[in-house]
Design a binder for this molecule. Structure first.
Ligand code: AKG
Length: 214
């Protein structure tokens, strides 16, 4: 742990577990969470962008302030992350903390669209100092949803137990692939929209429709 940088201390991550396990596939493509995501985005349906397991180790560090959509080549704001704890997450285990309403801070996006790092923790934390924050413990079975441009962080895991969380990232069923604005988006385009190019409907074989209004 001592040899890792801040990002490396925050969590271990594994993407698209659904491709390796049929039970996980059934779970992440489940219509119930997909419908909630569509209702929150105000879209007629949801598609899978990708899933990601995020495990904060015992003694793991804080997750610095960031917004997820900084990493994603998308043409609209219609993206939502479902954050699903696989055990209760008391405050000592590092639940999420949000800058409430920060998905509406359109002018700050470029300046605050920083890679998760000590810099993002400091610069976003300072810039959003006056923004109200929400944070709280999670019971097993509770699910958090946040918009792709909602700035958020998480505290360290000071317990002796692994904090395991499954995340599912949903996008608008009508989402089009955006031109990559940085190297992270370039890499995401290749990973999560294989074979697609900017302007295409985001419908690679990895982006199944999860739910749509009848
Ligand atoms: O679980 C964490 O520590 C951070 C999660 C996160 O940033 C996300 O799901 O977008």
């Amino acid at each position: 742990m001592a040899e890792r940088d801040t990002y490396g201390k925050a969590f271990l991550q594994i993407g698209n577990l659904w491709e390796a396990n049929a039970v996980i596939s059934e779970f992440v493509h489940g219509a119930r969470l997909g419908r909630i995501a569509a209702e929150l985005m105000g879209t007629r349906g949801t598609r899978m962008y990708h899933d990601q397991a995020l495990c904060k180790e015992p003694g793991g560090g804080f997750t610095p302030w960031h917004a997820d959509q900084r990493y994603w080549p998308l043409t609209s704001d219609h993206s939502v992350t479902a954050w699903i704890p696989l055990q209760a997450v008391p405050m000592e285990m590092g639940p999420l903390e949000f800058a409430a309403g920060s998905q509406r801070f359109l002018q700050q996006r470029e300046a605050l669209g920083l890679h998760i790092s000590d810099d993002s923790e400091r610069i976003i934390g300072t810039t959003l100092a006056d923004c109200p924050k929400t944070a709280g413990a999670f019971d097993l079975g509770e699910v958090s949803f946040h918009s792709g441009w909602t700035f958020h962080r998480a505290g360290p895991n000071t317990t002796a137990t692994l904090r395991s969380v499954m995340t599912v990232i949903y996008i608008d069923v009508d989402m089009r692939v955006g031109a990559p604005a940085n190297d992270a988006q370039k890499s995401d385009l290749a990973s999560w929209f294989p074979g697609l190019k900017p302007g295409d409907l985001a419908n690679s074989p990895r982006n199944r429709v999860v739910w749509q209004r009848a």
